[in-house]
Write a protein that binds this ligand. Structure first.
Ligand code: FRU
Length: 542
């Protein structure tokens, strides 16, 4: 599966008359002209805006993470990928693996578009029981299920161009074979949006269950062998956020923290419709019996039609779903760190877009009801280098974190934790800046009881009016007396896990020169810092 193969494939596709890079009517993706990547372009991972501890493709375009599965000591990350251009186009599955969820090794492209269509988003599982018969030498196969999006058929106006296919691997995900019986789930006829299959093995009913996003609702289908699918039920037309098309779902059981109660979490990404504009992930909490998804009555009250429970309040965490077969019962999630409002236009060079940090998910319950909690995986701590403690202090003047860290040449890789009383008089936050006077601010506004991420003065935003019209905000969900901030900054992104992960914000920014200064600031009234820690982090590509 070399680049050469890829070019051959592309030539074949063009001969077949499939359109390059024009994402058609059913897709929200921007219609931006292809920007070819030179075949000689080589990634150094030192390019301007290149994340140093997030996954981004060596060259070309990426959107959704796909097919995440743990197998034989490796966490696989596949991703929507167009290697020949930095705008969306004929979708492949790019591939990377990690042993620790932090360091990534890029591998050759796993899946290429074929005569049935582009390879849209989907999932992968270990077929432990060899229900597919694809196993070899007593070893279980990895099986991926994805949407085949037929660009040629899209033009015939029958709205039947999306179907589902499978492929398998017998060599730890290194090479893949398309199943000759594809599509395993043809379009039911006239269903324009039916995509992003997320597979689980449902032990109680001993069958594979797939969750599909179907325009304005979710459909659950079942199969004994990942090939013969029967529809089980539908969910969601009358609940939750419906500001855009439903995409990239996920379904999994979770034990409610501190109890023995099990609830089924259903993730549904929607585009647009986010609380701060554009793409966003929402979730539901309920029960699933192998056939029907039933919202928990208490949760139903939180998500009447038109109101979503958001997984991440920033503008840049989309299509986030979880790993299959993660060890130790962990529920690990990763998202695409961008937004369809501007993803095709952000000012990067030979590659475009990156993934979020991997998050460890849990389900909690308080007086307000069930809620999802996202924390950075603890493996992330391996990147910590220098560490400086912050004493309890009145924030009467800005605290220069750069000086505290011994003025490193760049602050692009930093982790910061600090706490403040919830009744501070004004806003407390972190400001990153550079010599050009560009600034990015993120923090907590105690008066408004909300977190904010302000990239309005953070550098280049000329590529889209929707990128930084105003600061993004998120209400505080936790009710403790201390507001806890946990932040990661990586060249062109910030991730906030507030109050132990009960409010999350992820946003990207593009300073025209790297940020070199960081300070803690308080504004609009007296504020006390209860304490904190700053870590410099090392990159993963060195
Ligand atoms: C979400 C999405 C998916 C689709 C893929 C195409 O970002 O639109 O629904 O499968 O991207 O690249």
């Amino acid at each position: 599966m070399t680049k050469q193969n890829n070019l051959l494939k592309m030539a074949l596709l063009m001969a077949l008359g499939l359109q390059l890079a024009a994402c058609g009517g059913s897709e929200p993706n921007a219609m931006t002209e292809p920007e070819p990547v030179s075949p000689t372009a080589t990634a150094t991972y030192t390019e301007p805006h290149r994340p140093q501890f997030h996954h981004s493709p060596p060259i070309g375009w990426t959107n959704d993470p796909n097919g995440m599965v743990y197998f034989d000591g490796e966490y696989h990350l596949f991703y929507q990928h167009y290697p020949d251009s930095t705008v969306w186009g004929p979708m492949h599955w790019g591939h990377a693996v990690s042993k620790d969820l932090v360091h990534w090794e890029n591998l050759p492209i796993a899946l290429f578009p074929d005569s049935l269509g582009y390879i849209f988003s989907g999932s992968a599982v270990v077929d432990t029981k060899n229900s597919t018969g694809f196993g070899k030498n007593g070893q279980p196969p990895l099986v991926a299920m994805f949407t085949l999006h037929d660009m040629k058929r899209e033009k015939d106006g029958t709205n039947s161009h999306e179907s589902q296919g499978i492929a398998y691997s017998n060599d730890r995900g290194r090479t893949w074979t398309m199943y000759e019986g594809n599509p395993v789930m043809p379009n039911p006829g006239g269903v324009k949006d039916i995509r992003d299959p997320k597979l689980i093995w449902h032990e109680a009913t001993k069958q594979w269950v797939v969750t599909l996003a179907v325009g304005d609702h979710i459909e659950f289908w079942a199969a004994p062998d990942l090939k013969k699918w029967t529809k089980l039920s539908e969910f969601g037309k009358t609940y939750g956020g419906h500001g855009g098309v439903w995409e990239c779902p996920d379904l999994f059981p979770m034990t409610v923290a501190g109890t023995s109660e099990t609830k089924w979490v259903l993730i549904v990404n929607i585009n647009p419709g986010g609380p701060n504009g554009g793409s966003v992930g929402q979730y539901f909490v309920g029960d699933f019996d192998g056939k029907t998804y039933t919202l928990d009555p208490s949760f139903a009250k939180q998500v009447p039609l038109g109101t979503g429970a958001w997984m991440d309040w920033g503008k840049d965490n989309y299509a986030a779903v979880t790993w299959s077969d993660a060890p130790d019962g962990r529920r690990l999630l990763i998202g695409w760190m961008s937004n369809w409002e501007y993803a095709n236009k952000v000012p990067t060079g030979i590659w475009r877009n990156a993934m979020t940090l991997v998050r460890s998910m849990s389900l909690a319950k308080n007086a307000k009801g069930y809620y999802l909690v996202a924390e950075p995986v603890q493996e992330q701590q391996a990147l910590r280098t220098m560490f400086v403690g912050l004493e309890k202090m009145e924030l009467t003047a800005p605290v220069d974190l750069t000086a505290k860290l011994g003025a490193p040449t760049t602050l692009s890789e930093m982790e910061l934790e600090f706490e403040l009383p919830k009744d501070a008089a004004g806003s407390v936050g972190v400001e990153l800046s550079n010599a050009k006077g560009e600034t990015y601010r993120i923090g907590y506004d105690a008066k408004a009881k909300q977190f904010f991420s302000d990239r309005t003065k953070s550098g280049d935003s000329s590529f889209s009016e929707k990128f930084a019209p105003k600061a993004s905000t998120a209400p505080r969900f936790a009710d403790g007396n201390t507001v806890k901030m946990h932040l990661f900054f990586d060249v062109a992104s910030a991730e906030l896990f507030a109050d132990g992960g009960s409010t999350v914000m992820t946003e990207i920014f593009f300073p025209t020169e790297d940020f070199t200064q960081a300070k803690l600031f308080a504004e609009g009234g007296k504020a006390t810092l209860t304490g904190g820690k700053v870590h410099q982090l090392k990159g993963i590509w060195e």
